[in-house]
Design a protein around this ligand. Structure first.
Ligand SMILES: NC(=O)c1ccc[n+]([C@@H]2O[C@H](COP(=O)([O-])OP(=O)(O)OC[C@H]3O[C@@H](n4cnc5c(N)ncnc54)[C@H](O)[C@@H]3O)[C@@H](O)[C@H]2O)c1
Length: 139
């Protein structure tokens, strides 16, 4: 499978990239290093099946009007750290508006089978609920 992982240099994203590569997937990872670091993915950068793009996922989906991915894991988010509280507008733009935009983009790109392949990591962040329970939603 060819998958897109946003937030690829983050805590969860870097593990997911590693797991997908180990499972034989081809991975395009995006991160703007808002919080994630290059160190988190350093040992993965030499993998031929991994392409890393340092950019904002919202810019990426504007440039790539459509794409041929089999799945999208959307983990880019501003998680409840100090930024979450200090930058409420940015948090809204990235977590809410940005997720809506990538949802629309995935629909336009007809990523198959859409229902099972678009996973949101930041539903919990939207709701501001506790760190317990299932936070991934298949749509
Ligand atoms: N850490 C956990 O235990 C855990 C568990 C399950 C789900 N989640 C969810 O997974 C998501 C990621 O969590 P995390 O702990 O990995 O956080 P994280 O901050 O480590 O990762 C988020 C990544 O998104 C990147 N990012 C932020 N805005 C971006 C943008 N506009 N464009 C591109 N990249 C951007 C950041 O640089 C960062 O690397 C969150 O929604 C979180 O709620 C986290």
């Amino acid at each position: 499978m060819k998958v897109l992982i946003t937030g690829a240099a983050g805590l969860t994203g870097a593990h997911l990239v590693r797991n997908c590569l180990a499972g034989g997937d081809t991975v395009v990872g995006i991160d703007n290093f808002f919080r994630g670091t290059r160190d988190n993915i350093a040992e993965l950068l030499d993998n031929d099946r991994f392409t890393f793009l340092e950019c904002d996922f919202r810019e990426y989906i504007k440039m790539e009007r459509e794409a041929d991915f089999d799945g999208v894991y959307h983990l880019a988010a501003i998680v409840p750290t100090r930024y979450f509280y200090e930058e409420p507008c940015l948090t809204y733009e990235v977590n809410c508006q940005g997720t809506y935009e990538i949802f629309q983009w995935a629909l336009r790109s007809r990523i198959p089978p859409f229902c099972q392949r678009l996973k949101f990591g930041n539903i919990r962040t939207f709701k501001g609920v506790s760190h317990q329970g299932n936070n991934a939603l298949s749509v």
